[in-house]
Design a protein around this ligand. Structure first.
Ligand code: GLA
Length: 371
């Protein structure tokens, strides 16, 4: 089995949209090796926009002129010790209007194998046009099963990432048909309402997260994003970015950086290289946190960890500073005597019964309780 912990990597979409090219992918890979891979970051994923307009006479998919040598590119990424991802759709066209894998699934899987691809994001898009108008569960599963069979026929392990925005409660059947992850939502944007709207809604799918099979609340919107040629700094405030990374880690979500890696600033690097935070995302139990407390102003999310500890996200969802108390006799915390502030990487001295945190507006205090 592969993908026992959620993928840590980069994806071109939130930064470059359809303007992705060979050079931008190389820059992402080189930056990952230089600045991030020591912390576990591995995948360098091309999203939509790499495909040529037509297949060859033999029906093979080829890259467009922005990718003059796909094998050369994947060799380069592998030479840095990293892995490579690609994107397609089970429909005739991708969401960006490029060629999809419809009726060429086996051929495409073979091609990916030849290129040395390690990760496939498979995006529903125009598949709606070739299935029934009101797809039932079997109809929804079918395209993913077809590609699963195709991927199993080649002699290469490829992480399989479903992207169909959560249709048919995909979290209930994604594992059974061989998905390593499945998008549970529509597309994210770099605003508080989008990020928090998605992140704090991941309650129903939580129980389905397990090693090898994870819910995917979409890619990260930190650093310089833009979905095209004009990037801007994420519109999330620094505190909102801490919330984003903390919540995604508590959810055991794939962490796919969605920014221009050539323009990583110090703050973003710090955000992405805190080993204790990443360890929560990568915890071997593979569980998702549960939302145990929700008020108008704050939420508490609890995640069981392999070493018996509990990671707790204390999220202030309001616009004002909040002082939030955790009762250590509730929510299964009895007997957990140690409290560590995970972002700050230091132990906290707290009152026996209550632990009280002052949390910034839209911010978080991420702690780990242990015995
Ligand atoms: C959909 C997906 C995005 C991205 C684009 C590419 O919108 O949800 O993540 O892959 O397609 O066209």
């Amino acid at each position: 089995m592969i993908g026992l912990t959620p993928a840590l990597g980069w994806n071109s979409w939130n930064a470059f949209g359809l303007t992705v090219n060979d050079q931008k992918v190389r820059v992402a890979a080189k930056t990952m090796t230089d600045k991030l891979s020591a912390h576990g970051w591995t995948y360098v994923n091309m999203d939509d926009g790499w495909e040529a307009e037509f297949r060859t006479a033999a029906g093979e998919i080829t890259p467009n002129k922005k990718f003059p040598d796909m094998k050369g590119l994947t060799d380069y990424v592998h030479s840095l010790g990293l892995k490579v991802g690609i994107y397609s759709s089970p429909g005739p066209q991708t969401c960006g209007g490029y060629l999809g894998s419809w009726q060429h699934e086996e051929q495409d899987a073979k091609t990916y194998g030849t290129w040395g691809i390690d990760y496939l994001k498979y995006d529903w898009c125009s598949y709606s046009q070739v299935t029934t108008s009101n797809p039932n569960l079997d109809d929804m599963k079918r395209p993913y099963q077809v590609m699963r069979v195709a991927l199993d026929k080649i002699s290469r392990d490829i992480m399989f990432s479903f992207c169909q925005y959560g249709m048919g409660d995909v979290w209930k059947w994604g594992a059974e048909i061989g998905g390593n992850s499945w998008r549970s939502t529509g597309d994210i944007e770099d605003t508080w309402s989008s990020m928090a709207g998605i992140g704090f809604k991941q309650t129903e799918d939580g129980p389905y997260a397990q090693p090898g099979h994870f819910n995917d609340p979409d890619m990260l919107v930190v650093g310089k994003v833009g979905w095209g040629d004009n990037q801007h700094n994420t519109r999330l405030s620094p505190d909102e970015q801490y919330t984003h990374i903390s919540l995604w880690s508590l959810l055991s979500a794939p962490l796919l950086i969605g920014c221009d890696m050539g323009k990583l600033d110090k703050f973003t690097i710090n955000l992405l290289t805190n080993d204790e935070v990443l360890a929560i995302d990568q915890d071997a139990l593979g569980k998702s946190a549960q939302q145990l407390v929700k008020t108008d102003d704050y939420q508490l999310w609890f995640k069981d960890l392999e070493d018996g500890g509990k990671a707790v996200g204390i999220f202030n969802t309001s616009d004002k500073y909040q002082t939030i108390a955790i009762n250590r006799n509730e929510n299964g915390l009895a007997g957990y005597t140690k409290i560590r502030d995970v972002w700050q990487q230091k132990y906290i001295i707290a009152d026996k019964n209550n632990y009280t945190a002052k949390v910034a507006p839209h911010g978080v205090v991420l702690v780990k309780f242990s015995k």
